[in-house]
Design a protein around this ligand. Structure first.
Ligand SMILES: [Mg+2]
Length: 263
C-alpha cells in the first residue's frame, strides 16, 4: 500500500455510462467495482436519474450483475427531501415521474394548486405542457421555491435527443427571474452529502459527464476522473473542465487511485 492509500478514502461513481449503457454492463465494470471496494473504505453510486426510483436503480444494477446495496445508491430525490426538511417546508408541489413518488413520499404534497412552499421539478415526460408549466409558474410567483432534481440540458432517448429537466427549469427561471435550487449533480451539496454519508473526508468521483460529474466533484474539492464511455464525447464543456484524469473506462480506475488521491 502506498502512502496515499494508507488513509481511508471513498469512491463515488456515476452509474449510467460508467457501469452500464442500457442493459449492457461496460466491459470489466463488474470486476472494477469489486476491486474498488477492496481498495476503498466505502463506495457510493450517485445518479441524476429522474425516471427511476432509488429501488428501481438498485434492481436494474443487480439484474445485470452488480453487487450493490440500497444504502449505496444516492439520487437527487433524496437530496430534495433533505433540502425541503432543512428549509422547514410544509407542502410541496411535485412535477415528477410517477415512479419517483415513492422516493418523495416523506414530503407533504400541496393539496391546493394555489399555495406551496416549493415546486419540485423532475421529469414529466410527455405530460409536460404549457398548462402544467403555467401552474408551476403561478406557484413560484406566489413565493414557492423552484427545486430542480437536476439541470441537464438534454438527454438521448430511444427515438433521439429530448429536452431534459434543465430546459424546463430554465423556462421557469426566465419567467420568474429567479434561479432554481439544483439538488442533483453538479450541486456541491450532493457530493458533500455523499462524503458525509460515508463518514470520510478523502474521496474520488468517476463519471462520464464532464460538467455534472467531474466539474461538480472538483468544485466540491474532490479529484474527478472522466471515463470515455457512455455519453462521453469531446465537447465544448471540456474546455471549461480539466479532469484530474481521463481514462478509457472504469476498468482503468483501480490502478489510478494511488496517483490521484490527495495525500
Ligand atoms: Mg452518466
Amino acid at each position: 500500500m502506498t502512502p496515499a492509500m494508507a488513509d481511508p478514502f471513498g469512491v463515488l461513481l456515476d452509474i449510467d455510462g460508467v457501469l452500464y449503457v442500457g442493459n449492457e454492463p461496460i466491459e470489466g465494470a463488474r470486476e472494477a467495482l469489486v476491486e474498488l471496494r477492496r481498495q476503498s473504505a466505502a463506495v457510493r453510486l450517485m445518479t441524476n436519474t429522474t425516471s427511476r426510483s432509488r429501488r428501481e436503480v438498485l434492481e436494474h444494477l443487480v439484474e445485470i450483475g452488480f453487487e450493490v446495496a440500497l444504502e449505496e445508491v444516492l439520487t437527487p430525490a433524496a437530496m430534495a427531501v433533505r433540502h425541503c426538511r432543512e428549509r422547514g417546508y410544509r407542502s410541496v408541489e411535485l412535477l415528477v415521474s410517477e415512479r419517483l413518488l415513492e422516493d418523495l413520499a416523506p414530503l407533504q404534497r400541496s393539496g391546493s394548486a394555489r399555495k406551496a412552499d416549493a415546486v419540485i421539478l423532475g421529469d414529466l415526460g410527455s405530460a409536460f405542457n404549457a398548462e402544467v408549466l403555467n401552474g408551476a409558474f403561478r406557484l413560484l410567483m406566489d413565493g414557492a421555491e423552484l427545486v430542480a432534481l437536476q439541470h441537464n440540458r438534454y438527454w438521448r432517448r430511444a427515438d433521439g435527443l429530448a429536452l431534459d429537466v434543465g430546459a424546463y427549469a430554465a423556462a421557469l427561471e426566465y419567467a420568474t427571474g429567479r434561479e432554481a435550487v439544483v439538488v442533483g449533480k453538479p450541486a456541491q451539496a450532493f457530493f458533500l452529502s455523499a462524503m458525509a454519508d460515508m463518514g470520510l473526508e478523502r474521496g474520488v468521483m468517476v463519471g462520464d459527464d464532464a460538467e455534472a460529474d467531474v466539474g461538480g466533484a472538483m468544485a466540491a474539492g474532490l479529484p474527478g476522473v472522466l471515463v470515455r464511455t457512455g455519453k462521453y464525447r469531446e465537447d465544448p464543456v471540456m474546455a471549461r473542465v480539466t479532469p484530474t484524469a481521463i481514462v478509457d473506462s472504469i476498468k482503468d480506475v483501480p490502478s489510478l487511485l494511488a496517483r490521484i488521491l490527495p495525500a
